[in-house]
Design a protein around this ligand. Structure first.
Ligand code: RP5
Length: 331
């Protein structure tokens, strides 16, 4: 190779390295740099929206609940269905600005190395604060959520087929098998939910999923050291093969105009009834109850968890109908 060509190659490699380094710093530092610095943020991983995602993104209901969760006197400005979208004029809109004292007493929250990237890609930042990508919620501020913009959670969805006393899978009137899934009862509102939780700073979603399931559905935190080892082994075994069914916005009652929940939901399914089905469920941490719930379209769950379960039913080609009382008698 001639010396001119080598110099040319060196310049090319240096330039490529510089560009790669620059893009790395833009992506990594954006999540920490925040208030008022950027007008839009770009997702590191812009996924195509699934049917469920777009359905949830159409509008939100729980994020417009009148009384803000965990508060006695924080009310939302009423937002009618046709005024949710930011693109629709709503000159009378004057929501209260509320951030709970618990959140404010943790000044380091905004500075931590947290994932500030939305699953939905770009979101707007107006006057230094992010804007809810679905629309108005009737409340500004951080409410009781720790971060402006997306607050990331992960939800394990553990399923098995509903079986009769002979061990045969129960099917609905269309011949579709009926699913059961593990649900916990939340301490804060009493609603039944998936045993999910917040992704901690620097934590991988796969770890959050295992940790939350262990803590809420198997009472890991309250277990002896010996039991903890057994629970960890069971969870490692159980959570080997998961199917991601959703990632994106959650219609959570804690959302505000400036912060919202997003989740990654992963399904772990026991096809033969001899793995997941054997685990001993015991509520712990933030959960006051845990049980197997028969999946159907009428179940009422926290936030948009019933939408997530609909995704599981579709992907597993399972029933979404309520089983008849005759069918239930066989179980
Ligand atoms: C929901 O809140 C998520 O889907 C997840 O289940 C949950 C996480 O919040 P905490 O249970 O930690 O309060 O939006």
């Amino acid at each position: 190779m001639t010396s001119e060509r080598r110099v040319g190659l060196d310049v090319y490699l240096c330039w490529t390295g510089f560009v790669l380094l620059l893009s790395y710093f833009i992506h990594v530092s954006q999540p920490e740099e925040f208030m008022g610095l950027v007008a839009t943020r770009v997702a590191r991983n812009t996924k195509t929206m699934s049917g469920c995602t777009s359905k949830i993104m159409e509008t939100h209901y729980k994020a417009r609940c009148n009384l803000y969760p965990r508060e006695k006197d924080v009310f939302r400005f009423p937002v009618p269905d046709d005024k949710v979208k930011w693109s629709v004029d709503f000159p009378e809109y004057k929501p209260t600005n509320f951030t709970s004292s618990k959140v404010l007493s943790k000044p380091g929250t905004e500075k931590k190395k947290l994932n500030r990237i939305s699953h939905h890609g770009k979101y707007e930042v107006i006057d230094g604060v992010p804007r809810n990508p679905v629309g108005r919620t009737g409340l500004r501020g951080r409410g009781c959520l720790g971060r402006y913009g997306p607050n990331h959670a992960a939800d394990p969805i553990v399923t098995r087929w509903l079986r009769d006393t002979n061990g045969d899978v129960i099917k609905d009137g269309h011949g579709k098998p009926v699913l059961e899934f593990v649900a916990i009862q939340r301490q804060d509102c009493g609603e039944w939910a998936l045993p999910g939780g917040m992704v901690e700073a620097g934590e991988k979603v796969s770890l959050t999923i295992k940790r939350e399931f262990g803590e809420e559905a198997m009472s890991y935190l309250e277990a002896s050291d010996e039991e903890k080892n057994k629970i960890s082994e069971a969870i490692d075994d159980l959570f080997k093969n998961g199917l991601e069914v959703y990632s994106g916005y959650v219609d959570d009652p804690r959302n505000t105009d400036n912060c919202w929940m997003e989740t990654v939901a992963v399904n772990f399914h026991d096809e033969n009834g001899n793995s997941v089905s054997k685990i001993a469920l015991k509520a712990g941490d933030d959960a006051v109850g845990v049980k197997w719930v028969v999946l159907n379209k009428d179940i009422k769950l926290y936030a948009s968890h019933s939408h997530l379960m609909e995704q599981v039913a579709t992907k597993r080609n399972a029933s979404w109908e309520r089983p008849s009382s005759e069918q239930m008698q066989k179980t």
